[in-house]
Design a protein around this ligand. Structure first.
Ligand code: HEC
Ligand code: HEC
Length: 411
């Protein structure tokens, strides 16, 4: 147990106040994290943490910089999505290797485990599942501890640095933290860091982020209709195109369909040549342009009990939710898709599913790229060939599926 030195006296002062004061002292400077109506105290705390850019090395980055509401809680900057699709960290010039997935609906992923029947990996958070949920009991909670300390993201030196900022009376919500998690919570760095992550996970699962308020949800509830094209798209999604075999449309009663079964697959997505990770210094990326994202396999290789299964999982990435894939501030706004953001529209994505295995491999600089040819997969091993690559869809059917995906945006 590490203890927190700095705030000792101040914290005591606050403690006394806490007993008699209302929940919110002052909202964080940015104002973006103002308390949301209808959130529980824990969810509100998570929201304040999610939107607090003071919790980064240069005081310039919070979770929403890479997970923005207006685009369905993924990367919000069009100029980035159109190219490398990777977001710069708090420290200028520092980039990871992947496109931000949505932070919404991640809370519903089970703890990473092997399916009893087929031995396949299921659950976890991140594209490669490395936030397993084993530590805090929920993958999204494990995940939430990552960005604060990732040198390519918010880049704080250690958990104590995060806790120090949150527990400081200047945070504006240290009282709330103590009210929700106990007066002594700031005395133990590990406990406080866990409480911070769990609060963020609760906000991510809240009605504000995981809203289940799309037109498709209203349709399921019998409160709205889908038009003919959307209905054709839904039928193809569940039938001829087989999308729902991974992006599952099942409901367990409590939770509406999540459009993922939290399994992993290698679709054969090409590299994104504009990925800024390729030109990171050797200390960050020793392989330079030769870097290949092995996904789940790269994580399994780090775990002794799973290492022997790494090779057969190279190139596999977690099946993402499709909720909000079409959510954008205006119609022509470009979003990036896939773990490296190679795809720039849902039309491209669906055309890829339909034709990857049918069209030839592009020659370098081929003008037909994404229409009449596809570049080689980033990882050629473990390609998903049964369900993906040759769907026999007409152009009109591709459009129907895209139209259906448009019904999954929360309102
Ligand atoms: C600099 C950009 C950046 C910042 C800041 C950032 N993220 Fe992310 N986030 C990403 C990227 C990139 C990934 C995928 C990384 C990977 O798979 O290796 C990710 C993954 C996630 C996921 C996993 C979703 C899933 O389905 O697996 C969640 C949840 C998430 N972030 C929440 C947060 C929270 C909470 C914060 C703030 C504490 C945060 N992010 C800060 C870029 C960012
Ligand atoms: C074999 C399982 C599987 C099937 C079948 C499948 N997908 Fe996916 N889907 C994935 C995986 C895995 C990814 C992430 C792949 C990557 O990044 O390399 C993904 C990514 C996506 C994305 C990008 C989402 C994002 O946030 O970046 C969209 C959109 C999508 N799929 C739509 C569809 C549609 C439409 C179909 C049917 C035509 C379909 N998928 C069929 C597994 C599947």
């Amino acid at each position: 147990m590490r203890s927190l030195t700095l705030t000792g006296t101040v914290a005591l002062g606050v403690l006394v106040v806490a007993a008699s004061t209302v929940v919110f002292a002052d909202p964080p400077r940015t104002g973006r994290g103002a308390p949301g109506a209808g959130l529980s105290a824990k969810e509100q705390l998570g929201k304040l943490l999610f939107f607090d850019e003071r919790l980064s090395a240069r005081g310039n980055q919070d979770c929403s910089d890479c997970h923005g509401l207006e685009v369905g809680w993924t990367g919000p900057i069009e100029a980035i999505d159109m190219h490398g699709a990777v977001y710069e960290g708090s420290v200028a010039g520092r980039f990871g290797a992947r496109k931000p997935p949505s932070s919404a609906y991640a809370s519903f992923s089970p703890i990473l485990h092997r399916d009893k029947k087929n031995g396949e990996f299921v659950g976890g958070a991140f594209w490669d599942g490395r936030a397993t949920g084993e530590k805090l009991g929920n993958p999204a909670a494990d995940q939430a501890q990552g960005p604060f300390l990732n040198p390519l993201e918010q880049a704080l030196p250690d958990a104590a640095a995060v806790v120090k900022r949150v527990c400081s009376p200047h945070s504006g919500y240290s009282l709330l933290l103590r009210q929700v998690w106990g007066q002594g919570i700031c005395d133990d760095v590990d406990a406080a860091f866990a409480a911070i992550a769990r609060s963020i996970e609760r906000y991510e699962a809240s009605r504000e982020m995981s809203a289940f308020s799309s037109r498709f949800d209203a349709y399921l509830a019998g409160e709205a209709a889908l038009d003919d094209q959307e209905l054709r798209g839904l039928a193809l999604f569940r039938g001829k195109a087989g999308c729902d075999t991974c992006h599952a449309i099942v409901s367990d009663g409590n939770v509406p369909p999540l459009f993922t079964d939290f399994t992993y697959a290698n679709l054969g997505a090409p590299k994104n040549p504009e990925n800024p990770f390729y030109t990171q210094p050797p200390a960050v990326n020793p392989l330079g342009a030769a870097f290949v994202d092995l996904g789940l396999g790269s994580f399994l290789a780090t775990r002794p009990e799973y290492a022997s299964l790494a090779a057969e999982n190279n190139g596999k990435h977690k099946v993402p939710t499709l909720r909000n894939v079409d959510k954008r501030p205006y119609g022509s706004f470009v979003k990036a898709y896939g773990h490296n953001g190679y795809f720039k529209s849902l039309e491209e994505m669906v055309h890829f599913y339909n034709t990857r295995a049918v069209l030839p491999t592009c020659a370098p600089g081929d003008p037909g790229e994404k229409r009449t040819c596809w570049p080689a997969p980033e990882v050629a091993d473990n390609l998903e060939t049964a369900k993906v690559g040759n769907l026999g869809l007409t152009t009109a059917e591709e459009r129907d599926i895209v139209a259906f995906l448009g019904t999954l945006s929360d309102r």
